[in-house]
Design a protein around this ligand. Structure first.
Ligand code: NG1
Length: 546
């Protein structure tokens, strides 16, 4: 199973480029980064860590409900070159960026005592007894180095213990110079943040010698791809995002020519899904910046709460057992309804069947006798009543960890989207797996229909589209795409369109001519916002020779 494989560490450039499995010429970018590193730090890098962005082909806003999703890694990526720093305190980091707008930063972790930020001692303190490290991360504004620090945080706390300085396994982290470059556009739904955090986590693991076992030919690997995903998900939470895990898993585990089916229940499971030949996916940026963090209380986080509360109410209505204070997810409701055995993967056939059933059971979330115009939403009071919890319990379970804002909560619409989208993912996966036995046009059309249905559901039921995304997906279909939908969280960011191979150039030209924000763009500027992408491989590390 893909998540158990080791993280690839290459020592030959030919092996590395072969592994990327894409048409883009990466060589210039890699050698430019190494040369710049030499210029800025006066030495060769010891490692370059790479992590790609991802495009989600189908399965939107269902990863945090623990249903499977189907993203693919894209060719655009983040690269971090790094090397041990000489004459500096343990753990000290100088982080630079090839893009001038991101200025050079320096930071150093400090031992954290009694889990209290106010009692942080200096790293130079000889008498250190702390068990954890602290690294200041500013979550109130968007800063590029926060993602580098987020990656570092998990490495520090999982592999080094301040109080163990000098023990056989307790050496301090080494001081590091690093240089970052990237081609994943920020805030566009292509997961630049996950790529940054994965690349940073990998760079700090590598430079501290924690990946060395992964080079061993005998397979005695210590850190698997699944381990890296878990570490990166926890690390990204340090920047204040409660994500579902899809982005980090895609960035780490994807393989060329394939999408990746990733499911999260009962545990992380990932398997490649080869994409039919002739199908090309084109990403197009709506040029609306999707500000997930700032819009979270009416957007992303509100959706997370609506799906969780919907799940509890459905569980109650269906007479399913709930333990005290449990925050059951929609995936668990579906499983419990058919007596799923704990820790045992349900078959795809069985899951499809129960999803068909849930698509009807979800009607139970519609409010009865509504006459205030909000015919499908419920007020906070109604929602609490339906949950069969006291107001206090409800707040403790569903609202104490998050801020949300709404007059009506759309429990029915959100759950209806989630169950139908989860079923579309399973159908999409099956069509890809069976593609060889069907005519290519039928395969394209069936995949396209599923993607278009997903867009309609995101727009009408999940309400995570926006006028620009609606327009861009419509124009993409008019320009020859078999399908077009938003990808990622939505409310702006990118669309993904399924376009037959051979029609890409004409398609891009037509979209450029018709989508107003693209009209003035040419050459590299246009290529920045609309581009075809082949599924690329997941994260890896290159180790330079001595
Ligand atoms: P974006 O915003 O595109 O990276 C977000 C979440 C995903 C998933 C999608 C919606 C983060 C880091 N990622 O993706 O886990 O829930 O929205 O499908 O929050």
């Amino acid at each position: 199973m893909a998540a158990l494989e080791p993280i690839p560490v290459f020592t030959q450039l030919s092996d590395l480029y072969g592994n990327l499995g894409t048409t883009i010429d990466h060589a210039a970018k890699w050698s430019n980064l190494a040369e710049e590193f030499q210029k800025r730090f006066g030495k060769k890098p010891a490692y370059i860590a790479r992590a790609p962005g991802r495009v989600n082909l189908i399965g939107e806003h269902i990863d945090y409900c623990l249903f499977g999703v189907l993203p693919a890694a894209i060719e655009r990526d983040i690269l971090i070159a790094c090397a041990p720093k000489t004459h500096a305190d343990p753990g000290y980091v100088v982080a630079d960026n090839l893009q001038d707008k991101y200025t050079k930063q320096a930071f150093k972790p400090s031992p954290k005592r009694n889990n209290s930020v106010s009692s942080i001692s200096s790293i130079d303190d000889e008498d250190v007894h702390a068990e954890e490290w602290h690294l200041e991360i500013n979550t109130t504004e968007l800063r590029w180095e926060s993602y580098v620090k987020a990656g570092y945080y998990g490495v520090l706390n999982n592999y080094f213990t301040p109080s163990k300085r000098g023990d056989s396994d307790g050496a301090y982290p080494i001081p590091v110079d690093l240089l970052v470059t990237g081609t994943v556009p920020a805030g566009s739904g292509l997961s630049s943040s996950a790529a940054m955090v994965v690349a940073s986590t990998l760079a700090f693991l590598a430079v501290n010698g924690k990946l060395d076992a992964n080079i061993a030919k005998d397979g005695s690997n210590k850190i698997s791809k699944g381990d890296l995903v878990k570490l990166a998900v926890a690390n990204e939470k340090r920047v204040g995002v409660n994500s579902g895990g899809m982005d980090q898993a895609a960035s780490v585990i994807c393989t060329p020519s394939s999408a990746l089916y990733i499911s999260f229940f009962p545990s992380l499971f990932a398997s490649p899904v080869p994409l039919p030949s002739g199908a090309v996916f084109v990403c197009a940026n709506s040029m609306v910046v999707s500000d997930k963090a700032l819009g979270a209380k009416k957007g992303y986080n509100l959706r997370v709460v609506e799906t969780l509360v919907g799940a509890r109410i459905l569980a109650r209505q269906l007479g399913l057992p709930l333990s005290e204070g449990e925050k059951i997810t929609l995936r668990e409701v579906a499983g419990r309804l058919v007596g799923e055995v704990a820790d045992q993967e349900m078959s795809i056939e069985k899951l499809s069947e129960v999803l068909e059933r849930m698509d009807m059971e979800v009607d139970g979330l519609k409010p009865v006798g509504r006459d205030d115009g909000e015919e499908l939403g419920v007020t906070m009071e109604e929602m609490i009543r339906m949950s069969e919890l006291s107001e206090e319990e409800f707040h403790e379970i569903y609202l104490s960890w998050v801020t949300v804002e709404a007059t009506h909560f759309q429990l029915y619409k959100r759950a209806k989207h989630v169950f139908s989208e989860a079923l579309r993912v399973l159908k999409f996966r099956q069509v890809c797996l069976d593609a060889a036995s069907s005519p290519p046009e039928t395969v394209m059309q069936t995949l396209g229909d599923l993607m278009n249905e997903s867009q309609t559901s995101c727009r009408d039921l999940y309400e995570c589209s926006c006028p620009e995304l609606d327009e861009l997906t419509r124009l993409a279909r008019e320009a020859g795409a078999v399908a077009s939908r938003l990808t990622g969280a939505g409310w702006g960011g990118c669309t993904v369109s399924l376009v037959p191979e051979g029609q890409i150039a004409a398609f891009i030209q037509k979209v450029k001519d018709t989508y107003p924000p693209y009209r003035a763009l040419e050459g590299e500027k246009l290529n920045e916002v609309i581009f075809a992408t082949k599924p690329s491989s997941g994260a890896c590390v290159y180790k330079f020779g001595e």
